[in-house]
Ligand binder design. Structure first.
Ligand code: A3P
Length: 307
């Protein structure tokens, strides 16, 4: 399917992939070489649902005993530099051995749908845990369309919002269909609540304290009474807030390299960081159609998107 970029997306086991991202090559490598550890935490997301934010939040929560605020790695490296996507890094023998050598607990991110992850990772005996974040599909579409428009090579004609909307509704987007991606992790979280923590972007925005506490408990590092008294939760939320991260020099420009083929301007990961910005872009009809697809897809699942 042609569309979002210059290349065609390829469909593999029901999901759409960009052939140039090496994601599929990464999947094959994972299958054969990745050795999960019980302490591994994997952040799973669909693109544009809050990956950058959650990378920062989980990193800061997990490593809070190791760093002072004044010299925190997030101030100089940025979320994507600190938490690698394992879809893209496991490409060759060197990357395999260097990531095997990482000390525990390791933190990785992935865009892979749950059903396409190797069994050695998803099986309960692997012990590793997933944090998933989902977001209202209308905001995801708008965020993705604007992100792709900025990242698009100048010589390519613009993709109109109408075209992007049609592709998205048909499920044709990177690691999409979006709804299937969400449902895969949702079902896994119902079956194995100790293995998959399912979060919503809108809930996180609405009450970050509650959800960062849940996150800390889930990864086995609950906040102590003393930390609570000292405002450690609020400190992490402030450090990782849109306002703080987007104003840091390290996130304002320069390319973030994910693999030999993919590099993205770091500032493109920070746009508005709000709930409901779709209202400024989508027509009433477009919104209705997305809601209708959501109703159909989520029927009987017990899941509702945040608003
Ligand atoms: P918008 O385009 O709606 O602003 P991802 O990290 O998965 O690519 O998602 C990017 C979206 O998350 C963008 O949404 C971006 O602005 C938002 N975002 C980035 N950092 C954030 C933060 N610290 N808090 C809340 N939202 C954030």
């Amino acid at each position: 399917e042609k569309g979002w970029m210059v290349e065609h997306l390829l469909q593999y086991n029901g999901y759409w992939f960009s052939p140039s991202t090496s994601a599929l090559k990464g999947a094959i490598f994972l299958q054969h070489h990745f050795k999960p550890r019980p302490t591994d935490v994997l952040l799973a997301t669909s693109p544009k649902t809050g990956t950058t934010w959650l990378k920062a939040l989980i990193f800061a929560t997990m490593n809070r005993a190791n760093f002072e605020l004044s010299n925190h790695p997030l101030l100089t490296t940025g979320p994507h530099g600190l938490v690698p996507f394992f879809d893209f890094i496991f490409q060759d023998d060197d990357s395999i051995s260097s990531h095997r050598a990482l000390p525990s607990p390791r933190l990785f991110a992935t865009h892979f749908p749950y059903s396409l992850l190797p069994e050695i990772v998803t099986t309960s005996s692997s012990g590793c845990r997933f944090v998933y974040i989902c977001r209202n599909p209308k905001d995801v579409l708008v965020s993705k369309w604007l992100f792709m428009s900025k990242s698009r090579p100048k010589e390519l004609p613009n993709l109109s919002l109408e075209e992007a909307f049609e592709l998205f509704c048909r499920g044709v987007s990177h690691f999409g269909p979006y709804w299937d991606h969400v449902l895969g992790y949702w079902k896994a979280s119902l079956e194995s609540p100790n293995k998959v923590l399912f979060l919503k972007y809108e809930d996180m925005k609405n009450d970050p304290v509650v959800h960062v506490r849940r996150l800390a408990e889930f990864i086995g590092k609950p906040f102590s009474a003393e930390e609570e008294r000292n405002g450690a939760v609020e400190e992490i939320i402030r450090l990782c807030s849109f306002e703080n991260l987007s104003n840091l020099e390290v996130n304002k420009g320069g390319m973030q390299k994910f693999s030999p083929e993919i590099a993205v301007d770091k500032s493109n990961f920070f746009r508005k960081g709000q709930v409901g910005d779709w209202k400024n872009y989508l027509t009433e009809e477009m919104a209705k159609r997305i809601d209708q697809i959501s109703d159909e897809k989520l029927l009987g699942s017990g899941l509702r998107f945040g608003t």
